[in-house]
Design a protein around this ligand. Sequence first.
Ligand code: 3PG
Length: 306
Amino acid sequence: MKVLVATDKPFAKVAVDGIRKEIEAAGYELVLLEKYGEKAKLLEAVKDVNAIIIRSDIIDAEVLDAAKELKIVVRAGAGYDNVDLAAATAHNVCVMNTPGQNSNAVAELAFGMMVMAVRNFYNGTSGTELMGKKLGIHAYGNVGRNVARIAKGFGMDIYAFDAFCPKEVIEKDGVKAVSSAEELYAACNVVSLHIPATAETKNSINYELVNKMPKGGVLVNTARKEVINEAELIKLMEDRADLKYVTDIMPAANAEFAEKFAGRYFSTPKKMGAQTAEANINAGIAAARQIVGFLKDGCEKFKVNK
Ligand code: 3PG
């Protein structure tokens, strides 16, 4: 069996070594395709492989057509909006993610970005503290729970909204569960986004919603750029000079945000929430083990195209 690690944004070397160990211990061969840039290189690399480990790499119908021997794709990470699930199912390819494996890394970065925003991007002026401020966690999944855990250490007053998580589960963690996104944004000084990009959530973070935030509100996005209605957020930030937006997923309109909102907007150059050695090791090795479990024993735990 041949397993391809196709990562345009590579894992740390220590994680690749760990993945190789798992794959070779199972008697399989590991092939590495990193920083490939062009899709043509991916199409060539997938031709004879049985399994693929990816990150945010795009697996669409064209890639699946080219991968004639493919049985499984594991997204080493949480969000699998980069994989065409319907096409994978049509090709009889199992798709999995590795939930929870990189969530602490993303949560820590959310706080890095929060501190940067409330300290005025370290420009030497007086900022504010996070202690005592109201934090809104928008979606209480693996990352949201880690954000809540860290927020307790900062002494924040923590709120969360999750359309799919029962209020009792949220409140068990000492977090106030609210009934709607509108209620969350209206209550909180800082909102941290942890919703996936789905048909329902795309463009859902819009003018009306963010405008509910109190004066000086900070929106932190370590989720997906697609959930933001960029045109409406730009309009809102023009109308409200008090709002700040910090994101780990560069908007399509990055140049416009950067030019118009200098001093209250920041984007990382490349999504780096999960870019830690620990997250790479956790997610990469989990992906390798899931592949071995699937190919050897037919284990379908974490399959997402059921
Ligand atoms: C995820 O969905 O797991 C995160 O967004 C991390 O994505 P990455 O592996 O592309 O950094």
